[in-house]
Write a protein of this length. Structure first.
Lengths: 200, 339
């Protein structure tokens, strides 16, 4: 990752990511039918990734909601037929809940505890690999040796761990139903998938 | 519409790329493959940014220390199939360094008879030897005394949430004001504040409340509350949403639903030295609903001011809310630039 990339990622982590759950909530309630909130979120983030500079953005939450709104507009324009009520709905989109919500002030200790909880809830092998990587800061190669699995499998566990965090934090701190449903299947299939997806 | 990759597929691929980048620098052909992938769909670059941000955020897990024991942070309901035992988990994380390591979170492994306490505004998780945990709310003191026959914790003051690991042979007993609350496995809250009678709320499992001179013993099941007030005490059922609100402090939050502003101000007073004052009695009676950071009474006051069109003045440790200030105003407009 280049220094500029890292800087942008850090800015995104601090200023945008904390609002994702609120944005998803707003989109689920307000986006016109046929527009998938998760698509809008990814596209909005892509716009933020491509901005020349983010220095001028003071109110990142309001900004994020505006970007999301522009993405929805783009979707609506792209669609051949725009049902009349979609246009009406867009009026409602004019007032996103951009006032800073009190929920967003979180103490650092609390964040760390949330992270510890998220890690604790990961499937066990993934959790083991993730802890060795992130808590103990071992390189993936060494984790492979310790866990007696291939490096590709370690990589797959790290990928699963990151995806787990995306779900956990993006959906307001909990995704247990999905987690428990997938847990056993994931453990069973993870080695096979790692082989299929190895990239060199 | 052509078959479209789902956002979920993209997140999965973005996580794969992030894990690949985490492994080491990409070779040139890998870099080309990444760029080609990014060009394939406008959502992908956004998904990759998020996955990398998550990965970066998880780097702060190092602060948990080498002895981090995830078992202490598991949700009570987690299935333990094929699980590492707590002992094994400690073994592979490099020994029983948990006490020092978890100090980052204000956590310590208590010795027998140890007193654990929190200051005002502090929340502390205390893992116990048997895998149970106690989460202490602000200004709370407990004493832990485990013996062969009994796991006993005394709540001296404040509020605590007990997540009790199952052990049919050795009951977990919370002693409070001379009463015994015992269980083999449960999650429950006990609150003992100066002026009020003790308040018990069972979130899951079953808790047996021992008899006292003036009250009979009884069993409390999940979503049941009881105030230990003597002869008239009677359990009542608590809806799941109310349980969530009652326990919001576990995430450092205060939840209100229709409480008066003055009641909310009192709730905040437990968590910080900052005092919210509402001289106007009509304003003080206004109902409040919402979820707020317990350690941020000023942020709460600002949010309230917006809703009730009030004015906030901060003066040292005092935050004064008055009616009839200038309008809070709409959201500040940002110059919106996109390509």
């Amino acid at each position: 990752m280049s220094a500029a990339d890292r800087e942008r990622t850090r800015w995104f982590l601090r200023n945008i990511l904390p609002h994702e759950a609120a944005l998803r909530g707003w989109l689920s309630r307000s986006a016109p039918a046929g527009v998938d909130p998760d698509d809008v979120i990814q596209e909005s983030y892509a716009i933020l990734a491509e901005l020349e500079t983010v220095d001028a953005i003071r109110h990142s939450r309001a900004y994020l909601f505006q970007v999301a709104r522009s993405v929805i507009m783009r979707h609506v324009r792209r669609a051949r037929i725009v049902p009349i009520h979609t246009v009406d709905d867009l009026e409602r989109l004019d007032q996103p809940e951009s006032a800073a919500s009190p929920e967003q002030y979180a103490i650092d200790r609390d964040e760390l505890r949330q992270l510890a909880r998220a890690i604790a809830a990961m499937p066990l092998k993934t959790r083991e690999a993730f802890i060795l990587r992130r808590v103990r800061d071992l390189p993936q190669r060494e984790i492979a040796a310790r866990m007696r699995i291939s490096e590709n499998t370690v990589e797959t566990h790290i990928s699963r761990g990151i995806l787990f965090l995306i779900d956990w934090f993006g959906r307001g701190g909990n995704k247990r139903s999905q987690t428990s449903r997938n847990m056993e299947a994931e453990i069973a299939s993870i080695d096979g998938r790692a082989r299929n997806q190895s990239r060199h | 519409m052509a078959e479209r990759e789902t956002s979920r597929d993209i997140d999965q691929a973005a996580s794969d790329w992030t894990a690949r980048l985490d492994r080491g620098p990409l070779p040139p052909e890998g870099e080309d493959a990444l760029q080609a992938w990014l060009r394939g769909d406008p959502r992908r670059r956004g998904a990759l940014l998020r996955a990398r941000a998550m990965s970066m955020m998880s780097e702060s897990a190092q602060a948990l220390g080498p002895g981090f024991d995830p078992v202490a942070f598991e949700e009570p309901g987690r299935a333990r199939f094929a699980g590492l035992s707590r002992r094994q988990a400690l073994a592979w994380t490099g020994g029983v360094a948990a006490a020092g390591a978890l100090a980052a979170l204000g956590v310590a492994l208590p010795a027998a008879g140890a007193v654990i306490s929190t200051e005002r505004g502090e929340i502390r998780l205390a893992p116990l030897k048997d895998g149970s945990t106690v989460l202490l709310n602000t200004e709370t003191r407990i004493r832990v005394r485990y013996s062969r026959g009994e796991r006993r914790v005394t709540l001296l003051k404040g509020e605590a949430y007990f997540s009790v690991a199952r052990d049919e042979t050795r009951p977990f007993v919370v002693e409070v004001d001379g009463r015994r609350l015992s269980t083999a496995q449960a999650g429950f809250r006990v609150r003992k504040l100066d002026a009020d009678p003790v308040d018990v709320l069972v979130n899951q499992g079953q808790v047996d409340v021992g008899a006292s001179a003036s009250a009979n013993g009884l069993a409390l099941t999940a979503n049941t509350g009881l105030i230990l007030s003597g002869p008239a005490e009677r359990p009542w059922s608590v809806g799941p949403e109310a349980v969530t609100r009652e326990l919001a402090w576990r995430d450092g939050k205060l939840a209100f639903e229709g409480e008066s502003l003055s009641q909310a101000a009192e709730a905040f007073a437990r968590y910080s030295d900052t005092r919210i004052q509402i001289p106007d009695p009509a304003l003080a009676r206004e109902p409040v609903t919402g979820l707020f950071a317990a350690n941020d009474p000023a942020g709460f006051s600002r949010a309230i001011a917006r809703v009730f069109d009030a004015r906030v003045e901060q003066d040292g440790d005092k935050v004064v809310l008055t009616r009839g200030g200038p309008r809070g105003g709409g959201l500040p407009q940002e110059v919106f630039v996109t390509k």
